[in-house]
Design a protein around this ligand. Structure first.
Ligand code: SAH
Length: 351
């Protein structure tokens, strides 16, 4: 136990642990060790961000996807998935609404939908930035060419979320069809970083076949990439996938990993994700108390929310509804935090 406390102290001092040490910490964690980790993680996050929790409005622009990720409800091979695509007008409307509600970051996320070519995205991005010059625009549209990432950045996109999903190539291959290459995923992340985006990587916790060794590699990968944002949440089974009977990832392990990531990357923008809120009613609060400092409520039009079904029972109402700012605010205040409308760029970024 005391050795493990010392490892956590080393992380807190800015040292990187080895994969073996991370794996042992994960395997041998206890409630006491977790509490110790969380108290340091909160301290680090408080020192940088005070009690402020950044807010992002999430707009799910398309459920069409050319990929076939084995865990995902909107994968190409799911004939039962309900497909939709928002029009440019609808997306602009969501952003206008979002700014009125107090959001200063819009996240456009979707399946890899061939409709959204650079030719269609560039004018859309330019128009969003023209209407909302003070707001940040985040894209989460999967793997694209370096040229495309550059063109979207030049059009005004500020940030890009692309979870690496698994730093271990073998696990990555087990979770994805053969045409999806781990090397390309990693290439995308480094391209995005070089271009100048604030970049978000991340992974699911408790994905089928994932062990503590795999998670340790994920942590080492993050230490190397040094992304500005990290999205992690529990795996949640979807009834139309081959993993329908697999157990969901553990809340408690997700929290432990959030704490480790906060110590390892003190400035990182770290959301308490929708998946965490989905598997546990007070998941977002517990995420914040483990070191998270971002929430991303849903700003999509109500009619399409059910159709963006990545996993079963995905939340999009209540405190997860971007329209219900005060409900989420009350929840954050109850634990001593405060939602903020600031853009919340990574230190050194923002234009
Ligand atoms: N097409 C985009 C957006 C993907 S959806 C991209 O490729 O980046 C956003 C995230 O949802 C994924 O990165 C994945 O980690 C997560 N996700 C997908 N299916 C899930 C499931 N069954 N349980 C939990 N998270 C899931």
């Amino acid at each position: 136990m005391s050795a493990h406390i010392q490892w956590i102290d080393r992380l807190h001092r800015g040292e990187v642990l080895s994969a073996g040490e991370f794996a042992e910490l994960i395997d041998r964690r206890t409630p006491e060790l977790s509490e110790y980790l969380f108290s340091l993680a909160r301290r680090v996050s408080r020192a940088r961000f005070g009690n402020q929790i950044f807010t992002r409005g999430l707009i799910e622009i398309s459920s069409f996807c050319k990929n076939n990720c084995r865990y995902c409800g909107i994968r190409r091979g799911n004939p039962n998935a309900q497909r939709y695509r928002l029009s440019e007008e609808e997306i602009l409307c969501c952003c206008d609404m979002g700014e009125r509600l107090g959001y200063k970051t819009f996240v456009l996320q979707g399946g890899e939908d061939a409709f959204f070519t650079d030719g269609r995205l560039i004018p859309l991005i330019q128009e969003i930035k023209r209407r909302h010059p003070d707001c940040a625009l985040t894209l989460s549209l999967g793997e694209r060419s370096r040229e495309s990432y550059q063109a979207l950045f030049d059009a005004g996109a500020d940030r890009y979320l692309l979870r690496h999903e698994a730093a271990d190539p073998q696990l990555y291959r087990a979770l994805h069809p053969p045409e999806m290459e781990w090397e390309n995923r990693v290439r995308c992340l480094y391209d995005l970083k070089e271009i100048g985006y604030q970049v978000g990587a991340g992974f699911m916790v408790g994905a089928p076949g994932q062990t503590s060794r795999h998670l340790a590699r994920d942590l080492c990968f993050l230490a190397e990439l040094k992304p500005q944002m990290v999205g992690i949440g529990p795996f949640v089974p979807h009834h139309d996938t081959e993993y329908r009977d697999r157990p969901a990832g553990s809340v408690e392990l997700t929290l432990f990993l959030l704490g480790l990531i906060r110590l390892m990357l003190p400035d990182v923008l770290l959301p308490a994700t929708t998946a965490l809120g989905t598997v546990c009613p007070d998941g977002r609060e517990r995420g914040v108390l483990a070191g998270a400092n971002v929430v991303m409520p849903n700003l999509s039009p109500a009619e399409v929310r059910k159709k963006y079904s990545l996993y079963d029972n995905k939340l999009s109402t209540g405190a997860e509804d971007a329209g219900h700012w005060s409900e989420l605010q009350a929840r954050m205040q109850a634990i001593g935090y405060e939602l903020t409308s600031q853009r919340g760029d990574a230190p050194g970024y923002g234009r």
